[in-house]
Design a binder for this molecule. Structure first.
Ligand SMILES: Cc1cc2nc3c(=O)[nH]c(=O)nc-3n(C[C@H](O)[C@H](O)[C@H](O)COP(=O)(O)OP(=O)(O)OC[C@H]3O[C@@H](n4cnc5c(N)ncnc54)[C@H](O)[C@@H]3O)c2cc1C
Length: 429
């Protein structure tokens, strides 16, 4: 099918999904691609806090050498992966007995030498099983084996993958994706495709963004037509797509007309302004999120500046720090990650952080920044099994509308970029 490159394409949301799609469309020759963003800056959950000559991540933190599409985009704007693994901290074994583990004690330590042979066997068995999950490792959820609609815990029990599950609980549960007994296995496998499992086993394959992850999107956005600070209030679809609302600071009304629209923003929120069909409404109201919070706090004399608390990896840890980091050693500013359930106030959570800092020999100071993310859009095992993704994909292109972003695949930078590339390939190229 031939496409008219003069079509006006509108994309809602200047996060990784929206911007990578806009670039892809521009690369394929589309002349009119406009990205509409609610905030005054690009990046979405790739947000960096900059102060005092340093930068701290409030959203995405790291990638692996398997982040091929992300690395391609980084090369375009001259950003190199930053490999900052050399531990430059003294492990404080004294606190391990109290449940606080320094990051250096991940292995050997929390994962014991005794678990290594079983762990290696499980990784090998996972690679042998991998061909049957090829569809799950792909860019979308189409054709994913029915078995993966079950919870990841059920999958772990079925395939006897206990050590692997323990090892990946740090980047899964503590990174805010929740608990194994509630997550459809399909999401967990999308995250831990074999390449990522290898990267985990061989720690040196990780990288961070030295300049801050948001820099990537700021630089990429420079070559695109991105309109910021727009409060979209109404979308009407017919012969064209009319998007209208008000500019957030001036209150000035705006109106755009497009031939095709891509929703690269939270789909459940879009129900507030979209002339949604019954099917869209039914699907988008089934989307669930996690309440994931990031705090940048000053702490002097903190003796485990980067660590994790395994006792909090289950629901008993809700509202307490599960993992913390010192991205800028010596700055005295530490990043704390907390999975909430929507009920705790920031003051309650920060009181818990202060208590932890004191337990770890430090003196808590001010909170420099905090974010409460509506995180990891996903559907339940029941909705996954009932064919949510088949219905979602069947909507692509209906009434001139498409959707991409985290829900379409999984909540990592690489996954959303890959989905956007796939969407472009399937419907625009
Ligand atoms: C704390 C944290 C840690 C993470 N760590 C990692 C990590 O280490 N590695 C990794 O790969 N991933 C990580 N992620 C996940 C990754 O950041 C996200 O999955 C990815 O950035 C999502 O991109 P997106 O474009 O789909 O969505 P978003 O980033 O949410 O972008 C959506 C955009 O739409 C805009 N928007 C919303 N509503 C509207 C509207 N009505 N009109 C216009 N615009 C609108 C938003 O402002 C936003 O800019 C992390 C995320 C968080 C929060």
């Amino acid at each position: 099918m031939g496409f008219d490159r003069n079509e006006r394409i509108g994309i809602l949301g200047a996060g990784a999904a929206g911007l990578s799609l806009a670039l892809r469309l521009a690369d394929s020759g589309f002349r009119s691609v406009t990205v509409l963003e609610r905030e005054s800056e690009p990046g979405g959950k790739c947000r960096t806090f900059r102060a005092e000559g340093g930068n701290w991540e409030l959203g995405a933190v790291m990638g692996t050498t398997d982040y091929r599409d992300t690395l391609d985009l980084m090369r375009r704007v001259g950003l190199d992966p930053w490999r900052s693994y050399a531990p430059d901290r003294t492990p404080e074994d004294a606190f391990v007995g109290r449940g606080f583990w320094p990051c250096e004690k991940l292995f050997p330590g929390w994962i014991g030498i005794g678990e290594l042979p079983e762990g290696i066997l499980e990784i090998l068995r996972y690679h042998i099983l991998a061909p049957r999950y090829r569809a799950a490792f792909g860019p979308n959820h189409l054709g994913t084996p029915g078995e993966l609609a079950d919870s990841f815990q059920a999958w772990v029990d079925r395939h006897r993958m206990g050590v692997l599950a323990k090892a990946i609980s740090i980047p899964y549960t503590t990174f805010g994706y929740g608990y194994y007994d509630e997550s459809p296995a399909a999401y967990v496998l999308k995250f831990f495709e074999p390449g990522i499992v290898r990267a985990l086993a061989l720690q040196f394959k990780f990288f961070k963004w030295r300049e801050g992850v948001q820099t990537l999107w700021e630089r990429l956005a420079e070559s695109l037509d991105v309109r910021y600070s727009l409060d979209v209030r109404e979308i009407r679809r017919g012969g064209t797509v009319a998007v209208s609302g008000r500019e957030r600071s001036s209150g000035e009304p705006f109106r755009f007309e497009f031939d095709r629209l891509v929703l690269a923003c939270p789909l459940d929120d879009s129900l507030g302004f979209l002339d949604a069909t019954t099917e869209e409404r039914e699907l988008y109201t089934k989307i669930r999120h996690k309440d994931y919070r990031v705090y940048l706090k000053r702490a002097r004399g903190f003796r485990v500046p980067a660590g994790f608390a395994p006792a909090r990896f289950d629901r008993s840890g809700i509202g307490r720090a599960m993992i913390w980091d010192d991205r800028v050693p010596g700055s005295g500013i530490h990043t704390f990650y907390v999975l909430g359930d929507g009920k705790q106030s920031d003051a309650e959570i920060e009181a818990g952080l202060d208590e932890d800092i004191r337990t770890l020999g430090g003196e808590p100071g001010e909170t420099v920044s905090r974010v409460r993310w509506k995180y990891y859009p996903h559907v339940t095992c029941e909705d996954y099994r009932a064919g949510w993704y088949d219905r979602f994909e069947a909507l692509q292109g209906r009434i001139r509308t498409y959707a991409c972003g985290e829900i379409a695949s999984f909540s990592t930078v690489e996954r959303v970029i890959r989905y956007s590339r796939d969407l472009s390939r399937r419907f625009f190229e």
